[in-house]
Design a protein around this ligand. Sequence first.
Ligand code: SF4
Length: 224
Amino acid sequence: ASLDELMARVSVCSACPRLVAWREDVAVAKRASFADQPYWGRPIPGWGDPEPSLLVVGLAPAANGGNRTGRIFTGDPSADWLFASLHRTGWATQPTSEHAGDGQRLVDARMVATVRCAPPENKPTPAERDACAPWIAAELVLLPTVRVIVALGAFGWDGAIRSLVAAGAPAPARKPKFGHGVELVLGGVTVVGCYHPSPHNTYTRRLTAEMTDAVFERARALTH
Ligand code: SF4
């Protein structure tokens, strides 16, 4: 399969009844401030360069962010934070990510979600995580140029490591605990942990702009 075929297949997946209901209910009810906008309301495919050095692995689309715009990390505060840093560090052409037609481009980078449908309260169940795992593993198989994965949050960290192993990397003898800046090399790919850029972390300054930039600068160094 090609990346395009994979994207087409995942965008109509309906394996998780709870998430199918949620993604579609949110798309019908809509947040008041977006009442005049169409909602995507389906799984979010990977997005960005088809031959990237860097892969950013997130948790799942936000109900009124990616689930609305159809593009991962677009149209919500986490997206603004992440793209400001990606732009400062040379991985994105614009400092904001507002909607799917904003002209934003990732440079030598791609993004995927571990779970591709928006979950209630941003919390997928273990069964939903496992149901979605083959999609990210299939995408990784089609991305042999990836040298670095920046894993956002503990969920992204686990998802990145599991999917690398599912895609053929040897299982790690010991899996380090997730932390900001923690690294693990698996099958020639370095996974770098980064606190998730959600308002919960950024408003409290658990994650600062400098800390975010440091991770993406480290990713840059690892790809050279
Ligand atoms: Fe399919 Fe993944 Fe969405 Fe579940 S979360 S319905 S496996 S795309």
